[in-house]
Design a protein around this ligand. Structure first.
Ligand SMILES: [Zn+2]
Length: 234
């Protein structure tokens, strides 16, 4: 532990044994938010979206700096996984090394095995992948207040579950990206669908512009993320 932040270097492991790290605020320090359920931030669900990993890393860097200053503000409890799909990130591919799209492998009620092994392959069974299994256990145990996962594609903020709308709108401060409710098309096995329909936890998917200048990602979302972490959004 360092500066009120707990670092689990080996929180989980990928199918090939690469470590997956998790960081969390140490809730033993005094805080007016101490009894609140944590906010969960997940980067790197898709290995070919470096913007999402960079956003998670820069958010962690900011939280670490804040925790080390004596005048640091009081923050909501949080848990942060900088890169869930460590294998995909290493190989610069969407799926993990077993070819599974992690965002189609969550155990939603409507999960079905996809007919072909393309880049949206759902896997051999729901939650068959170690990365997804670990995240499902974490969410079941922690019951986060809101889950945020970081991607890149066409820029937008997608919320699943009405209680997530305010959070998604707050994240447009600094970028003016559109906010969408996840109703466009069914996404069986996605974190959004599982989180909201099975766990009643609102889920926000942050989509940065793909192929962005990585230095510009944090400035696009820092104001919104800071407001949320300071407990200004409900
Ligand atoms: Zn993605």
């Amino acid at each position: 532990m360092q500066n009120g932040i707990i670092h689990q270097k080996f929180w989980s492991r990928s199918a090939e044994g690469l470590p997956i790290a998790l960081y969390r605020k140490d809730n033993n320090s005094p805080s007016r938010f101490r009894d609140k359920k944590p906010l969960l931030f997940v980067g790197g669900m898709h290995g070919d979206e470096p913007e999402g990993v960079r956003l998670a890393q820069d958010l962690l860097q900011w939280l670490t700096l804040e925790a080390s200053t004596e005048s640091s503000s009081d923050y909501w409890p949080w848990i942060l996984i900088p890169c869930l799909n460590v294998e995909g990130f290493q190989n610069k591919q969407r799926t993990n090394s077993r070819g599974v799209d992690l965002n189609r492998n969550f155990p939603t009620a409507d999960w079905t095995q996809s007919p072909q092994r393309d880049r949206y392959y759902t896997g051999p069974a729901p939650a068959s992948e170690p990365e997804v299994k670990s995240l499902v256990s974490l969410i079941s145990a922690e019951q986060p207040r809101v889950i945020f996962h970081f991607h890149s594609w066409n820029p937008c903020l997608i919320y699943t579950g009405d209680p997530g709308k305010n959070f998604a709108e707050t994240l447009t401060v600094g970028n003016n990206y559109p906010v969408k409710a996840e109703i466009g098309y069914p996404t069986p096995g996605s974190l959004g669908e599982w989180g909201w329909h099975s766990m009643k936890t609102p889920v926000i998917c942050i989509e940065e512009q793909e192929h962005s200048d990585l230095d510009q990602v944090w400035p696009h979302f820092s104001a919104g993320l800071k407001k949320i972490l300071q407990g200004e959004v409900s």
